[in-house]
Design a protein around this ligand. Structure first.
Ligand code: R5P
Length: 269
């Protein structure tokens, strides 16, 4: 692997082989998502605990201080919205030159396997990989399901992850699933990170699925709503960090979360 590519991947994935990417790109199709209405306010307190942030160029420029930041994974696909008919009809929104100008460590784009625009999104991935490899910029493929959340099961996820890896993604983001997640990871010859999807009912559920996914071979997370939609997002990201980088169990992470939450309540009175 060439030096630039190896260096950028090393900025994203820590020496322990693990990563915690903070996803804050949701506005690119959802608009001012709940608790991400003012991106700077959401992002700033969480930044010290993230290994990288997944963000669009608009939010990066407007809401992230270039002097105090973390490695950037630039979201470079879009062109659709929640108000439109079909979330799968994305194009590439940002050039590789722009990614270089913004000093991105990687770029990310969604692929929509099984959708009406499957072919287009997969060819977008291939084109992006061709461009990225020219400049040593890794591509993270996001195996998106659009509104069809029920697609988050092993057979579909394994198919989507493998195709993304075959087309040249250096990292693949997918969803954790209760049954057969190990097969999703085993069938994908590049590192897999897990997204969370809509906020779940309890913090413990997040700790459990992240822990389980790591045992089954994922290298970390690209997590958004289950961090910053929590009432105590800093406690949440720190507890997740303990699982990812410090070998904490879900029980230990939950204890850490509650102790940080207690401190925070005392601090704000
Ligand atoms: C979708 O908006 C993006 O791909 C997110 O980066 C990804 O889904 C991770 O965010 P969350 O954990 O909120 O699903």
């Amino acid at each position: 692997m060439e030096w630039g590519m190896a260096n950028r991947l090393a900025q994203l994935i820590a020496a322990d082989g693990r990563c915690l990417f903070l996803a804050v790109d949701h506005g690119y199709f959802q608009g001012p998502t709940h608790k991400l209405e003012e991106p700077r306010k959401t992002i700033e307190p969480l930044l010290p605990y993230a290994d990288a942030i997944f963000v669009t160029r608009g939010v990066l420029r407007s809401s992230v201080d270039p002097r105090r930041t973390r490695p950037i994974i630039l979201r470079v696909s879009g062109g659709v919205s929640m108000a439109g008919k079909d979330l799968s009809h994305e194009g590439i929104t940002t050039s590789m030159e722009e990614a270089l100008r913004l000093n991105a460590s990687a770029v990310g784009l969604s692929v929509f396997v099984g959708s009406e625009h499957e072919r287009e999104s997969l060819l977008n991935l291939s084109r992006l990989v061709d461009e990225g490899e020219k400049y040593g910029i890794p591509v993270m493929a996001v195996t998106a399901v659009g509104r069809e959340l029920e697609k988050r099961e092993a057979r579909f996820l394994a198919l989507a992850c493998r195709i993304a890896a075959e087309l040249g993604a250096r990292v693949v983001k997918t969803y954790w699933c209760a049954e057969g997640f190990e097969k999703v990871v085993q069938g994908c010859p590049v590192p897999v990170v897990m997204a969370g999807g809509p906020q779940v009912d309890t913090e413990r559920q997040v700790f459990d699925f992240v822990y389980d996914g790591l045992q089954k071979g994922a290298i970390g997370v690209n997590l958004g709503r289950n961090i910053w939609q929590d009432d105590f997002p800093v406690a949440m990201i720190r507890a997740l960090r303990a699982i990812i980088h410090d070998k904490a169990t879900p029980q230990q992470a939950e204890e850490l979360y509650y102790s940080l939450k207690k401190d925070e309540i005392q601090r704000i009175g």
